[in-house]
Design a protein around this ligand. Sequence first.
Ligand SMILES: *Cc1c(COP(=O)(O)O)cnc(C)c1O
Length: 379
Amino acid sequence: MFESAVTFIRQTYRSDGFIPLHAPVFAGNEKAYLNECVDSTFVSSVGQFVDRFETEVARFTGSRHAVAVVNGTLALFTALKLADAAPDTEVITQSLTFAATANAIRYTGAAPVFIDVDRDTLGMSPQSLEAFLGGRTLTKNGRTYSKSTGRRIVACVPMHTFGHPCRIDEIKTICQASGIQLIEDAAESLGSRYKGRHTGTFGKMGIFSFNGNKVITTGGGGMLVTDDAELARRAKHLTTTAKQPHPWEFIHDEVGFNFRMPNINAALGVAQMEKLPELLEKKRRLAERYQDFFTATDLRFVGAPPQAESNFWLNTLQLADKTARDAFLEQTNGQNIMTRPLWRPMHLLDIYKHCQKDSQKNAEFLYERIVNIPSSVRP
Ligand SMILES: *Cc1c(COP(=O)(O)O)cnc(C)c1O
């Protein structure tokens, strides 16, 4: 039934073998910097590459500060802690996301609240957010509280799904009016812009992931970005055991975390950043190739939303219904082409089904129809 799609994907990758969903590319200075790092003996929590990687990510995204940490999940956890997420508070996010988003909220003790997504962006819907806040919360003295629980809503975490920017400027305006801090889960959207501005830099803080399957990788890694010097200082302090600077004494002024990115991982990151513009160009060309092909079929290729520039991290198709989706997944994976469905929305998981939510009709609609197709750049 999907034979022409299978043939096209095989032609695209010029391969008769297994085609993965997303393979990393190490085509630059990765080995040279790793060797340099080992030779220096500074492979662990101190070293030049961490500083360089932070500088490069800040420069590329246009944010004033960047703080490297061990992974994207803990970058988000750190951002949420700094936004005062804690037990007896609530944090708004979308149900249609990878579990790490909701998990990071739960680690702080806060309760996630799930808002529906837009069908075109796959990200948080500003209309749904506004409707939820208007109907189910109260704002007094510039702070917003849930009517049903009385708890304060401290933050809102939209996510740029598969690298497609959501309507982040509208979400920002709504959050500002409600005294809710905006934190962007930009784990998937390094290289994606909305109205010319890099995702992750609209809110108070944003986070990126450099896991092996993301646009660039440090093996494992994450980054918190912010324009606020004080937040950046606190993020660095909190994630490096909260040790006061001193030539020999160990004095810790709060219960800090060891979330430092090791220098050896940052070495990989510096090399990956050097090739990022070229990689993004190749990813956009691949997406165009898919788009041209699928436009002539009855499978809808999910393009960049209006006024957005997407990194096309994972290329995405929308199928007619769940039956078609399952048949597509069956056929492609059966023929050694890796494809996968959307994450099961958080409100449908046992661990999060008790959380507050709105209708979730778009999340459920998309969950039944969306698939990702191979998205590695071609050699
Ligand atoms: C990958 C990802 C994360 C977590 O990043 P890790 O580096 O794997 O911890 C968080 N949110 C989203 C949406 C992601 O895709």
